[in-house]
Design a protein around this ligand. Structure first.
Ligand code: THU
Length: 146
């Protein structure tokens, strides 16, 4: 599936957005390594802080279906500005796919492609960072087995 095709699915998912408070509808489509697509839309709540972003809805749906490896996400919004996933979604996506690629669309048929590692450099993780980013530990700490 091409990024453009994935974006078309995100645009379709956007139609289901429940955004009566912000009136800002968002759709997302997440592509697994195996080629399956899971979509999401933002789901707001009268208790504002309980609203969920489209990206996290798509991710949670995919994980609940047993998927954990993702290659692309498309995010679609309306208006002239292209979609920009919020910081919370960047971190949550990074948990499963730090190298995720993104296609971010606006409401006028324009889009751009980027990578999550560019949108969220130095993402928090409890996993070992890649060797290139690991700091050498002082010998004094190593000797004590810390
Ligand atoms: N929202 C998303 O669903 N995804 C984004 O990338 C940015 C923000 C939602 C949250 C809220 O329902 C509305 O857009 C306005 O912030």
């Amino acid at each position: 599936m091409s990024p453009k095709e994935l974006l078309a699915l995100a645009i379709a998912a956007r139609a289901h957005a429940y955004a009566p408070y912000s009136h800002y509808s968002v759709g997302a489509a997440l592509l697994t390594r195996g080629g399956k697509v899971f979509t999401g839309c933002n789901v707001e709540n009268a208790s504002y802080g309980l609203g969920t972003c489209a990206e996290r809805v798509a991710l949670a749906t995919a994980v609940a279906a047993g998927e954990r490896e993702f290659e692309w996400i498309a995010v679609a919004v309306g208006g002239a500005d292209k979609a920009r996933p919020c910081g919370a979604c960047r971190q949550v996506l990074s948990e499963f796919a730090p190298e995720l690629r993104l296609v971010l669309g606006n409401g006028r048929g324009r889009s751009m492609v980027t990578r999550l590692s560019r949108l969220l450099p130095m993402a928090f993780s409890l996993r070992e960072p890649p060797a290139s980013r690991r700091k050498r530990r002082p010998a004094s700490l190593k000797r004590r087995g810390r």
